[in-house]
Write a protein that binds this ligand. Structure first.
Ligand code: C2E
Ligand code: CA
Ligand code: CA
Ligand code: CA
Length: 278
């Protein structure tokens, strides 16, 4: 093992180096990308599992780098978080998503939009004035804006988190818990937070109907959410069977490739108001 040790060390150190270099590269390119407007939003429909009616959209950021092409948010969002660039980028996302919603409302179309909020944005003292400003500038109806937070964002300083949530709700904006079930919160704990929607994490949905545990957990989350008067959205719905299971268990809002991938605003405009597949 000792003899191998040296090689192993070199192996890891060059791997670490490559990872660090990539981080540094993305960090620099992010700054440039923000300056050069290399980002846009895609919108994934959220659909009524009973009727196929489009109920709203989740806004998802996309980055088209001039030489690297598409870079996944899974890769760059954590780096934007770590460097604090997410605050500027996130504010742009909010603005853009609100403009989308306002244009949809203007056209008499379904205008609900959900926006992912990062932990940095949520903890930013400037979030509330910034949100108020964006709502006013874009003339979006606050009830059409939904912010998606993860459980872990609420776990640290609970009292501060609760007061921040109340401030958001006072603006008329609603709150969804994203990736629900992957964190540590019990539903009784969750009751202390003024939230409106639970989004069941894709990891529970993806193995329906093969994994009886995931099916039991999913059905239990839906049943408990109902008792707590929370709405539930299932994400990552890819098959008819998954959609049917969710519908049969009283989850009436679903999102996933089964109905539609995230789309450009132009493609969204060409979408029928009721999707087929129910
Ligand atoms: P998320 O919030 O959980 O978003 C759902 C992800 O699942 C999206 O990946 C979406 O494209 C993907 N997805 C949707 N339907 C299906 C399906 O049926 N099957 C599978 N396998 N995947 C599906 P995406 O767009 O790559 O985003 C990844 C993550 O990046 C998001 O996860 C979110 O955490 C983060 N993200 C994306 N946009 C933003 C943003 O504007 N701000 C922040 N802070 N984070 C963002
Ligand atoms: Ca989300
Ligand atoms: Ca999610
Ligand atoms: Ca599973």
């Amino acid at each position: 093992a000792k003899a191998k040790g040296k090689n192993t060390y070199h192996f890891y150190s060059s791997e670490l180096n490559a990872a660090a270099n990539e981080r540094l590269y993305i960090e620099n390119e992010l700054r440039q990308g923000i300056r050069d407007s290399q980002f846009h939003l895609n919108y994934q429909p959220q659909v009524d599992s009973r009727t196929g009616k489009v109920l709203g959209f989740e806004a998802l950021i996309r980055w088209t780098h001039p030489t690297q092409g598409a870079i996944s948010p899974v890769k760059f969002i954590p780096i934007a978080e770590a460097t604090g660039l997410i605050v500027e980028l996130g504010e742009w996302v909010l603005h853009e998503a609100c403009r989308f919603s306002a244009r949809r409302a203007q056209a008499g179309l379904e205008a609900n939009v959900s926006v992912n909020l990062s932990v940095r944005q949520f903890q930013d003292a400037n979030l509330i004035p910034s949100l108020a400003n964006i709502l006013e500038q874009t003339k979006v109806a606050p009830k059409n804006l939904h912010l998606e937070l993860t459980e872990s964002m609420l776990m640290g300083d609970v009292d501060t988190a609760i007061s921040q949530l109340h401030d958001i709700k006072r603006l008329g904006v609603s709150i969804s818990i994203d990736d629900f079930g992957t964190g540590y919160s019990s539903l009784s704990y969750l009751k202390r937070f003024p939230v409106d929607v639970l989004k069941i994490d894709r990891s529970f949905v993806q193995d329906i109907p093969d994994d009886p545990n995931d099916m039991a957990i999913t059905a239990a989350i839906i049943a408990m959410a109902q008792k707590l008067n929370l709405n539930v959205v299932a994400e990552g719905v890819e098959t008819r069977e998954q959609m049917e299971f969710l519908k049969a268990n009283n989850c009436f809002v679903v999102q996933g490739y089964y109905f539609s991938p995230p789309l450009s605003e132009q493609a969204v405009a060409e979408l029928p108001e009721v999707l087929s597949g129910c």
